[in-house]
Structures are given as structure tokens and as C-alpha cells.
Design a protein around this ligand. Structure first.
Ligand code: HEC
Ligand code: HEC
Ligand code: HEC
Ligand code: HEC
Ligand code: HEC
Length: 355
């Protein structure tokens, strides 16, 4: 049985995406895919492993980080709800990634999720893209710190082959989260600041994304108009550097168009991903209707399809769902599992003519 498992694992252990340099960058201390925890090394003082310690001198950065999804990566209700259903050690390698966090998973260090040390401490020292003249730290300078390849350590991975205990034995070829690949294939790939063009700056550690109303609303342009006898709805990924939605496999959106008197005749479109099990132990994408960067999805709807009265107002709504099911049983710590991205209401006659 053990031999068989080893063979199976060897067969699907495909090479990890290339890290662009012969010697691995100093932040790169584990294989791709989160198969292991991140080892921060042994710092001279344990202060280097505590975000509260950094606050003495970097108060603004710590304040921004503390409300970010990175800081909440281990404790937030959406994650904890799924983790409770599937408590796999593999998950912990990205949501409380340090070996020093995992040594005491109930402790305050683990509760800091993706914390300062998770990104900045390796071989017991700080790592950063540059070192300031006034810096008191023994900083290892690595120009690729903060590059898309750096983010890929957690934001780009394939489905794992898990042991019965939920330990990742190997990674398959099938993408699970492909935020970095969709960025690299898109129009923003050559931006000097990579992901940081939109997700921060040297001094911004909020890393706003799908949970930030401003980012969510900025991402998409939603237009509706009248073309001959039909309603045309166009949704453009105008401002995200990757597909929308991206990230966790459960994220999805629904576009709905309907008349209040005839909800049973609602038009509905789904934006998300569907998977099927494959023989090598992972899953394979069989459906992906997420919107690629700069792409537009268009829908033509005949008003008659919507039933209702001819001059009745038409409703449009775009709903953004963070979890599998739009109407989940509310857990004790769930933060908004579903939000409305856009709501419009107008009669067919009042819609502008399409250009
Ligand atoms: C005693 C004050 C002090 C403490 C405590 C402190 N730093 Fe710094 N740090 C500085 C100063 C000063 C600089 C240089 C100017 C700047 O970037 O603010 C700096 C720079 C940095 C840099 C940029 C690289 C460099 O060396 O210039 C990083 C990254 C950094 N600190 C991370 C941290 C982290 C993470 C912690 C907590 C584990 C921490 N610092 C704790 C004072 C401190
Ligand atoms: C290789 C790294 C990695 C591993 C392993 C991993 N995740 Fe994640 N997870 C991420 C990243 C990166 C995000 C952020 C993307 C996003 O917000 O959609 C994320 C987001 C999530 C979210 C969405 C949270 C939110 O705030 O909306 C859930 C839920 C989640 N992960 C559950 C899990 C579970 C359960 C496991 C184990 C079965 C797991 N993750 C394993 C990297 C990982
Ligand atoms: C998700 C990874 C990540 C986390 C978590 C993180 N940082 Fe950073 N940090 C970065 C990136 C990326 C940069 C920008 C590097 C660059 O291009 O100079 C940066 C830059 C910095 C700088 C240099 C700012 C400057 O003006 O040059 C400091 C100081 C810093 N971080 C401190 C912290 C502290 C303190 C924490 C914890 C509260 C923290 N970081 C958490 C990724 C991270
Ligand atoms: C050590 C792992 C790790 C690294 C490195 C990392 N992230 Fe994350 N990131 C996560 C996890 C885990 C989450 C999801 C937290 C949650 O909501 O459960 C996340 C969430 C985010 C979000 C918020 C998503 C949302 O839904 O709002 C953004 C944006 C983000 N990361 C950008 C970046 C960028 C840009 C980099 C590189 C500079 C980076 N991350 C590096 C693990 C990481
Ligand atoms: C051109 C701007 C831009 C660039 C470049 C960009 N992003 Fe985003 N990102 C956004 C916007 C806008 C959103 C919010 C859209 C949304 O909710 O999907 C977002 C959302 C996210 C999320 C949350 C998941 C989700 O579906 O909301 C993650 C994680 C993320 N980005 C990571 C990254 C990483 C990693 C990179 C670099 C490889 C990157 N982003 C590059 C604009 C950008």
C-alpha cells in the first residue's frame, strides 16, 4: 500500500513553476504549493517574530496590516468555517504559515496569520527589497522581494494530493488558485511594481482586495443599454490585474436581471469555476467563467423573457459571493459571506440606446 502511494505521488509530482534565478531568492525557503510551513530561521531576538514589537517604530504599517486579510488569515470566520469542515494541515501552511506559529497553533503568534515575519523574516534576519540608511536591522536585501513570484508562494498553486490526514504529499498539474498566472498572461504583466501597482505601495500594508468595497467596485464596469429589441448588459474587468473573481475556488458572482412582478422569469449568469475529481487525486477545472483582465462579457436579453408588464421597471443586480453557497447557514464568526456589487432599476424605454 505504501509503495503504491509513493508511485502515485511520484507520477503526479510535476516541476514547480520556475523561480527566475539560479540561486533561489532569500525569501524562497519552501517548494511551491504550500506543502511545507515557512521556516523564519532563528532570529537573535524573538521580537522579530511579533508584529506588536514592530509597532514601536512602524506604527502606521502595523495599524494598516492589522485590519488586512493577511492579519485575519487564520482567525477570520470565512476561513475558520471551511477549515472546521476540512481541518487539513495543508491549509495551515498558508493561513498561519510559519513553523514558529504552528508550534503553538492556539497562541497569539498563530493568530497573527500572515504577519510581518511571514513575509519579512528568513534565516533569522529581515528580508526586504532595499535597506534604508537609517535602518537598525541586519537586513538581507533582495530585489525580488514583493515581486509577483514572491506573492506566488501563497497566491499561485495547483490542487494537492493529500494524505488521509490532510498533509500535502505532492502537487498536481491542475490550477487551484491562479491569480499570478492570470496576471502574467494579462495586460498588467509588465508593470514595474507588479501586484503592488494596485495592492499597495512601500508604505501601504492594507493589501485591499475582494473584501474591500472600494476595490470591488473599482474592478468592474457595468453597463446596460437598449439594442433594437433587446437589453444588452456588458461587464468589463476594467481595473483588476487578474481575473475577477480570483483567489479562493469558492469565490463567484451572479448577474441577475428581472422584473419584480415575475421573479420566476429572472435572467441569471454565473461567474466562477467548477471542478471535477481526477484520477491523480486532485481536481481539474471544467468550467471557468471568471472575467479575464480587460475582457468584457456581454449578455443580450429579450424583454419578453423576463415576463411581467411591458412598462414595468427592470432590476439588475450583481452579487459577489465569498463562500460556496450564497445562502449559507450563518456561523458564529462569519463576516459578510455575500455582498451586492451593483443594483440598478430602470424601465426598458428609459435605458440608453447602445453605442
Ligand atoms: C527600534 C525601532 C524599530 C523596530 C522595533 C523595528 N524597526 Fe524596522 N526599521 C526601523 C527603521 C528606523 C527603519 C528604516 C526607515 C524606515 O523604513 O522606517 C526600518 C526599516 C525596516 C524595513 C525596511 C528594510 C530596511 O532595513 O530598511 C523593514 C522590512 C522593517 N523595518 C521591518 C520591521 C519588522 C518586521 C519589525 C518587527 C519585527 C521591525 N521592523 C521593527 C526601525 C525599527
Ligand atoms: C498555498 C497556499 C494556500 C493553502 C495551502 C490554502 N490556502 Fe486558503 N487562501 C490562500 C490565499 C492566497 C487566499 C486569498 C485569496 C482570496 O482571498 O480569495 C486564500 C483564501 C481562502 C479563503 C477565502 C477567505 C476569505 O477571506 O474570503 C478560504 C475560505 C480558504 N482560503 C480556505 C482554505 C482551506 C480550507 C484550505 C485547506 C483545505 C486552504 N485555504 C489552503 C492560500 C492558501
Ligand atoms: C504579504 C507580505 C507582507 C507582510 C505580511 C508585511 N509586509 Fe512589509 N513589505 C512587503 C512588501 C511587498 C514591501 C515593499 C517592498 C518594496 O518594494 O520595497 C514591504 C515593505 C515594508 C517596509 C519598508 C517600507 C519602506 O518605506 O521602504 C517596512 C518597514 C515593512 N514592510 C514593515 C512591515 C511590518 C512592520 C509588517 C507587519 C505589520 C509587514 N511589513 C508585513 C510585504 C509584506
Ligand atoms: C505567506 C503567504 C502569503 C504571501 C507571501 C502573500 N499572501 Fe496575500 N494572502 C494570503 C492569504 C492566506 C490570504 C487570505 C486571507 C483570508 O482572507 O483568509 C491573502 C489575502 C490577500 C489579499 C486580500 C484578498 C481579499 O479577498 O481581500 C490580497 C490583495 C493579497 N493577499 C495580496 C498579496 C500580494 C500582492 C502579495 C505579494 C506582495 C501577497 N499577497 C503575499 C497569503 C499570502
Ligand atoms: C491593475 C490592478 C491590479 C493588479 C496589478 C493586481 N490586482 Fe489583485 N485585485 C485588483 C482589484 C481591483 C481587486 C478586487 C476585485 C475582486 O474583488 O475580484 C483585486 C483582488 C485581488 C484578490 C482578492 C481575490 C478576489 O477575487 O477578489 C487577490 C488575492 C489579489 N487581488 C491578488 C493579487 C496578486 C497576487 C497580484 C499580482 C500577481 C495582483 N492582485 C495584481 C487589482 C489588481
Amino acid at each position: 500500500m505504501r509503495r503504491l502511494l509513493v508511485l502515485l505521488v511520484a507520477a503526479c509530482n510535476t516541476p514547480a513553476p520556475a523561480i527566475p534565478s539560479a540561486t533561489p531568492p532569500s525569501w524562497h525557503v519552501r517548494p511551491m504549493g504550500g506543502t511545507r510551513a515557512i521556516d523564519p530561521g532563528a532570529p537573535a531576538t524573538s521580537e522579530l517574530l511579533d508584529a506588536n514589537g514592530c509597532a514601536k517604530c512602524h506604527a502606521a504599517i502595523v495599524a494598516e496590516w492589522s485590519t488586512s486579510r493577511h492579519a485575519l488569515a487564520w482567525t477570520n470566520g470565512i476561513f475558520q468555517r471551511e477549515y472546521a469542515a476540512r481541518p487539513q494541515p495543508w491549509c495551515v501552511n498558508c493561513h498561519a504559515p510559519l513553523t514558529t506559529q504552528q508550534a503553538n497553533i492556539q497562541g497569539t503568534h498563530a493568530a497573527q496569520g500572515v504577519d510581518c515575519a511571514t513575509c519579512h523574516v528568513r534565516a533569522g534576519k529581515l528580508v526586504s527589497a532595499s535597506k534604508a540608511a537609517t535602518s537598525p536591522h541586519a537586513t538581507i536585501v533582495d530585489a525580488s522581494f514583493g515581486s509577483p513570484a514572491f506573492c506566488a508562494d501563497c497566491h499561485e498553486f495547483t490542487f494537492p494530493v493529500l494524505s488521509e490526514r490532510g498533509v500535502a504529499m505532492a502537487m498536481t498539474r491542475h490550477p487551484m488558485q491562479n491569480t499570478v498566472a492570470s496576471f502574467t498572461a494579462g495586460p498588467y504583466a509588465h508593470q514595474r511594481d507588479g501586484c503592488m501597482t494596485c495592492h499597495g505601495s512601500r508604505a501601504n500594508h492594507a493589501f485591499p482586495g475582494g473584501h474591500d468595497p472600494g476595490m470591488r467596485e473599482a474592478a468592474l464596469d457595468i453597463a446596460w443599454c437598449r439594442r433594437e429589441g433587446t437589453i444588452e448588459v456588458a461587464i468589463t474587468n476594467a481595473n483588476a490585474g487578474h481575473s475577477v473573481p480570483t483567489g479562493d475556488v469558492h469565490r463567484h458572482m451572479y448577474l441577475r436581471v428581472w422584473k419584480s412582478s415575475a421573479p420566476e422569469s429572472m435572467f441569471q449568469a454565473f461567474f466562477g469555476r467548477r471542478f471535477e475529481l481526477v484520477a491523480d487525486g486532485g481536481k481539474r477545472t471544467i468550467w471557468d467563467s471568471t472575467i479575464a483582465p480587460a475582457a468584457t462579457k456581454r449578455f443580450a436579453i429579450a424583454p419578453a423573457e423576463l415576463a411581467g408588464d411591458e412598462d414595468e421597471a427592470i432590476n439588475l443586480e450583481l452579487v459577489y459571493v465569498f463562500v460556496e453557497n450564497e445562502f449559507p447557514r450563518q456561523g458564529p464568526r462569519d463576516d459578510a459571506p455575500t455582498v451586492s456589487l451593483a443594483r440598478r432599476r430602470m424601465s426598458f424605454a428609459a435605458l440608453p440606446a447602445c453605442q
